[in-house]
Ligand binder design. Sequence first.
Ligand code: DGY
Length: 341
Amino acid sequence: MPANEASKPLVFVTRPIAEQALTELAGFARVDLWDDEMPPPRAVLLERIAHADAILTLLTDRIDAPVIAAAPRLRVISNLAVGVDNIDLDAATRAGVAVGHTPGVLTETTADLAFALLMAAARRIVEADSYTRQGRWRTWGPRLMLGRDVFGATLGIVGWGAIGRAMARRAAGFSMRVLYTTRERKPAGKPHRHNKAEVPGARRVALDELLRESDFVSLHVPLTPETRAMLSAREFRAMKRGAILINTARGEVIDQRALYEALASGHLGGAALDVTSPEPIAPDDPLLTLPNAIVTPHIGSASHATRLRMAQIAVANIRDALAGRLPAYCANPAVRLREPT
Ligand code: DGY
């Protein structure tokens, strides 16, 4: 290896990412790439991180306190995701390791998928396509594949972050009534700071009212101790009969068994899930037997352009931290970066 190459910092990349971003990374670092579709086993992760100055991770890599402790040179964990629930943020902060992530860039792409799932569930598109492929389409039928109107229906958005608001903007194009919940406090007597400008007519309500009133409920909260299993049997019972649930957030936000029961009993009209618990969902999970459940393999941000941008941001976050700066997109901004060794 040429001397100047050997002096570059070492970055462990836990999966093949966009080629262009890897080339950018190789411009300032030695790249140790785990070139496999599946995550590196824990023993491999511990071995490869031991000498790394940075690691580029995916949401399927669990970066907990023992992993961080096994990496004495590590200065940044750069997650190719907006969510950082796979990383022990406190342990990283205590160790002086920055945690980078990729907010913003995937907002519209993820909202596109959430709205596509809403439409697919409302109009039974997946079921109708299978019906055609199975050769069951014999004639036009006045009672065939009846679904629900999206136009003019009420959409309840749980979580009023960037993706939730992007979902609301799409709903406005379908003249939907939009209700939302947020944990953010609003100053007394003032409208919510996001509300007026972005989504005229959207109304902030308590979760119970949102569940009671909505024809569609779409989840857009991060996974935290407060949001884990926030929708369970009680909440599903509180939803309107025939309502449809969309989840593009994290599988653990709902109690999946309770969702199955609510769908199987006919209380809920349908569910469209891009995220499950666990991931991947077991092929024999009872949810997959239901015609009114759609399950996609966590593809919310999966467009060519967005995945490239995410990879470039993840690389830029590494570049920042290795230059001694906080990453531009930092999930633990209180961190005091550890000195290079
Ligand atoms: C994220 O970024 O957290 C998504 O779940 C994957 O894009």
